[in-house]
Design a protein around this ligand. Sequence first.
Ligand SMILES: [Zn+2]
Length: 300
Amino acid sequence: MESALSGSSSVSYSLFSSSSQQPHRSFFKTSHIFEFKLRTRKMEHTHLKLATPVNCSHPGLTQEVEKNKMNVVIETEMRQDLFEEIKHRFLSFKRNTYMKNFEHFQRLSDAQSPKFLVISCADSRVCPSNVLGFQPGEAFLVRNIANLVVPFEKGPSETQAALQFSVNTLEVENIFIIGHSCCGGIRALMSMQDEKPSCFITNWVINGKTAKIRTKAAASNLNFDQQCRHCEKESLDNSLLNLLTYPWIEEKVKKGSLAIHGGYYDFVDGTFEKWTLDYEASCVKEDTRRLAVKNREFWS
Ligand SMILES: [Zn+2]
């Protein structure tokens, strides 16, 4: 234990000493919070790696320390660059969008009246504002892994809170659930072996179990990737039907003051498919559960 501790202090000293061998002067910038965090993390990492007794004067270890120093410099500068980039994007947004539409943003400070509730996957590649151009004030947006809507009786979730607020308070006229190609959440669902959730992710995606069962029944002859693609759409349809289990949603859909739409964004092909739930021809009851759609469009 003693040697492990002394080993780590030796490395820590070496990491932060002002050796002439420092590869880059920016290593000594000390004011940046991220740099500090990175240094701390790196030091902890090094400590873990040296948890067994080692000879600290070993040349291999010196090389390892130098390599770590380089990694710290590179990671720190990359993170600083990221925030520089984000700062420029914000300033560009302020100059080109916010200032040019100042009155619109002032009106938004009083209230919002979006026409859409959009439910999409949290995946970084499929941001609806980016892909479909939703502007500030146009869409109330909730994102979760695999764009799932659980049935009413499943109890509270952040998606259900967004449903209640947007439908009953904001009175949106459209709920738009958007699925996508290469969905990691659906892949996780399809990869589960025994249907027993073992972590937060599987505990969430198991909510799409019905879609998985239907996929296995309808597409067992397809390879795994094709089955995942099938399940992405099956799960989407399942979520569309689940919306009708919410009494206050069904009531509005029945009256015609609220419409339910599905969308599938394929970012591999660069296409978008959109459809609308046909309430009269759909049924959410367990034994006769079926989704009917209308106004299907394919954008390519
Ligand atoms: Zn996804």
